[in-house]
Design a binder for this molecule. Sequence first.
Ligand code: SAM
Length: 219
Amino acid sequence: MTDDRSWGRAADRLAAEHRGEPTRWVEELWATEERDEVDLPWDRTDPFPDVADFVASLGRGAGRRAVVVGAALGADAEALARAGWDTVAFDISASAVWLARQRYPESSVHYREGNLLELSDDLVGAFDLVVEVFTVQAMPPSVRSQATAGIRRLLAPGGTAVVVQFVRGDADPDDGPPWLLDRAEMESFAGDDVTLADLQVRPSPRGEGGQIWVGTLRR
Ligand SMILES: C[S@@+](CC[C@H](N)C(=O)[O-])C[C@H]1O[C@@H](n2cnc3c(N)ncnc32)[C@H](O)[C@@H]1O
């Protein structure tokens, strides 16, 4: 243990230590946080702005089913629940799920552990709305097609998904985390009977520069 509380530096170190195990670094990072060795990662309470705008365009959820993939501390899931969606929020990390439940003890969101790469049967084809922000880019390219297929598999017939990743520029390193996406990789979210209905490049709302992809999928 060091006195360096930067979760970003811990992420780089853990990903290097566990190269070849695509999801191990995030699980280790959340566990490190639970031991109070690093600051809280991905700590936000407001919904991601581009997601909030897209969800608003769909009207009230009115009990329709939504899922947040890699839900972390629950900000997007809570916004969906407030908008009337019957919301599941899953994360591969038990520590992240525990923290989200602690943060929102009265929540109607169904927080649970889950792995996008190994979906349990009850999640497959179950959702009218799928929300994914920066989770696919948290896994290396070796599992990218499995991850994008996982997003498609969550969608019910007639369902829609919104996916957000950072744009990979020519000067960006190959190595992650995160492992940024280029246009072809964003287009590969489509497949089977799921189409990419819209793909936009927007400035990152996080204020540190860079651009994000905002993609919309439809089954
Ligand atoms: C980069 S963080 C983004 C968190 C959140 N979506 C946000 O935008 O603040 C990625 C999250 O996805 C989770 N995650 C990574 N791989 C996953 C997988 N295969 N299945 C489910 N969750 C995963 C991580 O534990 C982490 O909470």
